[in-house]
Design a protein around this ligand. Sequence first.
Ligand code: MN
Length: 257
Amino acid sequence: MHILLTNDDGILAPGLAAMYRELARLGQVSVAAPDSAQSASAHAITINAPLTASWVHVQNEFHGWSIGGRPADCVKLAVSQLVQPRPDLVVSGINDGANVSINVLYSGTVAAAAEGALLGLPAVAVSLEHGDELDFGGAARIARGIIELLLHQHLPAGKLINMNIPSLTEGRPKGIRVVPQAVQIMDDYYVEQAGPFGTKQFWLRGSFKDFGSDANTDLRALRDGFVTLTPLHVDLTERSRLADLADVDWPDVTQFR
Ligand code: MN
């Protein structure tokens, strides 16, 4: 088993090191991760500049590729160029903070795993909810156990799983829930302050206040203390609307002036 490990918090992030230690029990682990924090970079890639890759020693514990790019860049470059043999699995995380509901769209953690899936590999994104305690070691043990089970028969090549682990305060997690992604947005707002030279600065703040009426979502299950597993696909097509749009009597575009 050869596992490619990446993240969006940067190669020095404690969540990546914790995941490395657990994945090393399953096989060979190659690391390729951004050289700086890249949270909320979604599925961005670098196209107008070269990617700089450095072979670095992390915490006197493991080596990895530190890459001056986005999370998706790291997976794309590692699989196509840096890492041999071709990985059997891509794991992204453990992210510092949950990636549920609308945050799945902003997440660099999820995008890195999605890039692995696009390249035909099984892929898992792992995130740990913020809480009083950010116990990455405990979260990594849970993630590794679930990944072992998934690999056994429920994670084919090219498929993507989004895993979120509740903050590990006492009594949690309560179990594992397989749930769809919520579509609740956060109550985002900007804090304004004066910037230099007469400019204004705006800091984005916000949190989930409305957890939605549907109890069967990643957002609600995580809040209730469950580990959530959500199979994702990268096809954004809303198939139920295809027929309706196709039935429109579309004009001849060659006649447009
Ligand atoms: Mn992050």
